[in-house]
Structure formats: C-alpha cells, structure tokens
Design a protein around this ligand. Structure first.
Ligand SMILES: C[S@@+](CC[C@H](N)C(=O)[O-])C[C@H]1O[C@@H](n2cnc3c(N)ncnc32)[C@H](O)[C@@H]1O
Length: 210
C-alpha cells in the first residue's frame, strides 16, 4: 500500500482541538469527542441537507478548496488515468467527488455511514448534472458489500474523526487499516488528509497494512 499524507489548512478540521499531547486516559494522545460518533455526523448532515434544500448551500468543505486541488494536482502529477477507480472514504457532502468528476475522473465511488450525507451528496451531484458517480451508505469499519480493487482511496478527515471515537478508538483505527487493505488494490494509492496526525505518525499507523 502506498500512502500519501497531507496536513490541513483552511476550512474545517474534525478535531483540531481534540489532540492532547499529554495523553488521554487510553494513552493514545486523543481526547474522545462527539466528533468521533455517528450521531454527531448524522446530526451535521441532516442539518446540512436541510440547508441545501432550503438555500442551495453545499456546506462545509473540510480543509478548504485548496485541499481538493492539492489532491487532484497530485493525481495529475502521478499520471493517474482518468478511468482509475477512486473511493472517497467518508465522503460527507461529496464535494470532492464533484471536483473529481469535473476534472474528468469517470470511475468514482463515495461512501459514508451517514445516510443524510449520502442523500446530500446525491442531491449536490444531481444539481451539478453529473452522472456515473456511485454513492453508498457504508460504515467503513463494517463493510457490508464487496468493495475492492480500488486504485485510489482518499480520506479527508474521516480517519481523524474515527480516531476521536469515545469507544475503543484504538481498535477502530486498527479496523480501519484492515478495511483499507481490503478495498485498496495492492498497487493502489491511499491519499489521506489529516489535521490530527503528523505524516510520520500516519506512515507508521498504516505500515501494517502494507
Ligand atoms: C470531517 S468529515 C469529512 C467529510 C469529507 N471527507 C470532506 O472532506 O468534506 C468526516 C466524515 O467521515 C464520515 N465517517 C466517519 N466515520 C465513518 C465510518 N466509519 N464509515 C464511513 N464514514 C464515516 C462522517 O460521516 C463524515 O462525513
């Protein structure tokens, strides 16, 4: 597995204030937070869906526009073919999927465990007049369908959120690495944008899935 890591700048960050270098009770340096729970994200996207329906506002772009441009520039530089299969893990409002499709990527899938997030993504994609984007309600830690063989897996803020889960976050991080090994092609690339982890920590965390 190849990993790329990026820090966040601009836009929101799922837990910028939640890292406590002094150590949490679990000893992993993360203070548990509601940001790590499905209830939190369900509430966020129910609200964002309603706002989109009322005002057409697509909502938060995590890490800002530049984070999406940076990922696409990286894919361009590596000459990733436009028909490469791309999975956006925890796609939220799906705005990154929209950017990928506008750039010309034709085999894109977004998953999120929040049904409202997937509904919002679908509405935004429809409004943009885009087709051929696959969307699924999926918990990445308990994958229910046969998602596999992706050339590119992208995570923008999802591993950060999972790392803050108040209930067995360390186990959940391990499960994330297992799920990633399952969905990513052996020669594929994993692109992760995080504001809670350093590049070295991420490389270490994901090395077991190599
Ligand atoms: C910080 S938001 C980022 C959303 C999106 N990637 C973006 O850049 O706008 C984290 C996302 O991860 C999703 N998420 C968290 N845990 C998940 C899991 N176990 N499976 C699928 N999605 C998850 C949340 O519902 C939320 O959409």
């Amino acid at each position: 597995m190849n990993s790329g890591a990026g820090g966040g700048s601009g836009g929101g960050c799922a837990g910028a204030a939640a890292r406590s270098r002094g150590g949490s009770p679990g000893g992993d340096g993360f203070a548990p937070s509601a940001l790590g729970t499905r209830e939190h994200w369900d509430a966020v996207y129910e609200r964002e869906l309603q706002t989109f329906q009322e005002y057409g506002d697509t909502g938060e772009i995590w890490f800002g526009e530049e984070s999406m441009n940076r990922l696409i520039r990286w894919m361009q530089k590596r000459e990733i073919p436009l028909d490469a299969s791309v999975l956006d893990i925890g796609t939220g409002n799906g705005v990154f999927l929209v950017e990928l499709a506008k750039f010309g990527f034709s085999n894109i899938t977004g998953i999120d465990y929040s049904p409202s997030a997937i509904q919002l993504s679908g509405s935004i994609i429809e409004k943009e007049g885009l087709s051929n984007i696959k969307l699924k309600v999926e918990d990445f830690l308990h994958l229910s369908t046969e998602l596999s063989g992706f050339h590119i897996c992208v995570d923008k803020g999802t591993f950060d959120a999972i790392s803050l889960n108040p209930d067995s976050a360390i186990e959940k991080r391990k499960q994330y690495v297992k799920s990633l090994s399952r969905v990513l092609n052996g020669k594929g690339f994993f692109l992760i944008t995080s504001c809670n982890w350093t590049k070295e920590e991420l490389l270490n965390e994901f090395s077991e899935g190599s």
